[in-house]
Design a protein around this ligand. Sequence first.
Ligand code: FAD
Ligand code: NAI
Length: 473
Amino acid sequence: ASETEEKDLVIIGGGVAGYVAAIKAGQSGLKVACIEKRGALGGTCLNVGCIPSKSLLNNSHLYHQILHDTKNRGIEVGEVKLNLAAMMKAKETSVSGLTKGIEFLFKKNNVEYIKGAGAFKDEHTVAVNLAEGGGETTVRGKNILIATGSEATPFPGLTIDEKKVITSTGAIALQEVPKKMTVIGGGIIGLEMASVWSRLGSEVTVVEYLGQIGGPGMDKDVAKQAQKLLQKQGLKFKLNTKVVSGDADGEGVKVTVEAAKGGKEETLDADVCLVAIGRRPYTNGLGLENIGLEVDERGRLIIDQEYRTKIPHIRAIGDVTFGPMLAHKAEEESVAVVEYITKGYGHVNYGAIPSVMYTHPEVAWVGQNEQELTAANVKYNVGQFPFSANSRAKTNLDTEGFVKMISDVETDRILGIHIIGPNAGEMIAEGVLALEYGASSEDVARTSHAHPTLSEAFKEAAMATSSSQVFEF
Ligand code: FAD
Ligand code: NAI
């Protein structure tokens, strides 16, 4: 086995957490290596997550809109046909362009890219089983960063084959539109993928254990509205429902469900079943046992505020440890962790990490929701403004949804912003900035917003929230 020179930083995992840290470390003058076993950089997000799913969401939305929403706009189209293979090709073009871009950035910033699977040999040495039968090498690091990400949580009794019983990875690569699809889990993955396939013609039923869709974090009013609008688009929901068993042996997939509290069983037949009940940290084959590192009951690597494991020069960030499993959260942590290594301090504001669900309309939020504030006994004001009263939404004939702002009743400081509506995912950036700067709703209400834009709904919601009477001149 060969050995590479000792590095200042060895990173295991080339996903968002790993590759951003690698580039930042290279720019900071560290000698750095990044080990990735997938055969491409970019991790889950670029290869099988954020990017391919958004490509399909965008193009399936266009297809659906052309089918159902052109006449009233004065556009008459002829026969509209789906070419799924070409839609998948467009997705692959977006993905490959971006992964190659990271390889270029590695070269530019002197990051050594080691293709293979890394496993701890000892506290400073990682053995790499090189890809494509390249044998084994070892690499030593003064610092080591674990950024090995997450994987889909399986559903007991349903074996994933990525054809009939699929995770999101199968759901972004189906070769034909299933006639019927059952989705287990009405969280973000479930709803985004259900939207794609329903728009392309599939009959989709979403089974959710809880009484609301959207997963943890989504405001209850927004979740209710999202459900209503998705139902209008054709999605079927079974809330407060648990999956009892699944059977994929015969033709298609049978999923037996019953009310969460117990009750009569019902069997859902489908061609394809998507399992989307959450993701779990991934540390398989990493050799944690060789260095005595342990994970918590949910599989997360235990770290302190400086991202250190109990072995101080070994750190962990991204999906493999605490916090929301989001690409931009991983990205913030990668910058902070390199700053900790090079300067001794770093910073991530976990109270201002936005969440976006890229359905149509989009759902986006930052900060706390009403349920959380009520549970914490916080007194708050709520202001809401509907897109149906926004001039730009009206001109776009895209008026569903609202902006909801929550602020502290005493200080008017903004505590949470929850949007369902067109371009919510872009608009939330303003909310994140407001939260980051500790803005009051009055601050936003007194800020000029261009007319006619959707963002005026944001200002209007702030005006409705503001306890001061901004219009009494
Ligand atoms: P990962 O991206 O999982 O990267 C870890 C990498 O480590 C992998 O490439 C893996 O091959 C590699 N690895 C693991 N073990 C080893 C080893 N021993 N040796 C070498 N390499 C190893 N987030 C958003 O913010 N916005 C979105 O729109 C969004 N959409 C998503 C859609 C889907 C369908 C999914 C599944 C996820 C989505 N996410 C989204 C979440 C996002 O993908 C993750 O939060 C993000 O990828 C986490 O980055 P990471 O680097 O921590 O882990
Ligand atoms: P999730 O945690 O968002 O949702 C899972 C849902 O499944 C929850 O609503 C849960 O109540 C439900 N559930 C769990 N067990 C169940 C069961 N046995 N029967 C029925 N329902 C059950 O997880 P999801 O959707 O799998 O996504 C994983 C992660 O990926 C998310 O945490 C998210 O951070 C990330 N992601 C982010 C995206 C984005 O930012 N747009 C897109 C896709 C994924």
